[in-house]
Unconditional design. Sequence first.
Length: 340
Amino acid sequence: MDFAAGFSFFFGQIETLLFSLGSHFSLTSLGTALLFATLFFVWQRLKRGRSLRWRTIWRALFPKRIIESKSNQADIGYLFFNVFVFGVVFGWAVLSYQSISNGVIAGLIALFGQVEPTTLPDYASRGVITVMLFLSYELGYWFNHWLSHKVPVLWEFHKVHHSAKVLTPLTNFRVHPVYTWIFANIIAFSAAVANGLGNYMFGETAYQYALSDTNIILVLFIHTYVHLQHSHMWIAFRGALGRVFVSPAHHQVHHSDNPKHFNKNFGSCLALWDWMFGTLYVPQKQREPLTFGFADHPDAHTVKGELVDPLINAAAHLKPLWQRRPEALAPLPLAKAEES
């Protein structure tokens, strides 16, 4: 058996994950998140008139109860598992993105005719496409997230993410492969539609501003506070800011096991879609008491509980559908069949 190709793929994925500027888990984005977290804790202590001790700051940034928790250890396992899965899933999504985007352009041409190429400067068309693709990503993210909470079959896969008892940036990898596949293709569909509309509108191919094939606006969010959404950092955006952006506190509320927080704050970077569709919960300025995870999930943080059981539970939800036969297709009773 040739292990060279496997090792090459694994380390290639690790390199892309950690050293690509467009990665959702790049060392640069983790570094800036750590910097912002440190500055926040320093500012909090200075505001309260407390002395600065770096040992205290370190303990605040990396609490022992979180680092040593079984939930965090499981998240580390998810990281390595999904290093493989994400690569395969992303490949499938790219194929659907290309075909849907081309189909949208062809459909618009058939309906409205060919559009003359734009006379706008290149930076203008690229800027518009960049914003359109970012907004389509946010809408696709919101819709996938909303579906995952509302459809029982999909919830079986998504609740793997919500089984986390503590939140760290690694929790982002706590996802079931089925959820990942659905998410990737919904995002591909929404982005493809936006790309097709934009390219038809300009009458020519327009490329977004990107870093390592990732939308530059999304990269900026990843390099500011997105990592802190899965953390113990209570940074709450309030007022108009809290209706536009998903602060770390917004997403921590989303993970809360308090019923008043259920089905709130589905957005990734923007709270706009939540605000528009009535699923927004703006967190309090002061930390709200939150607990995460499921108390009745004895197999949380295990392969059985997080990878196998969701498949079994989802099949149980689907079983009535394939067992039910429409009356029109059901066989007639023998007597009626003879009469006919």
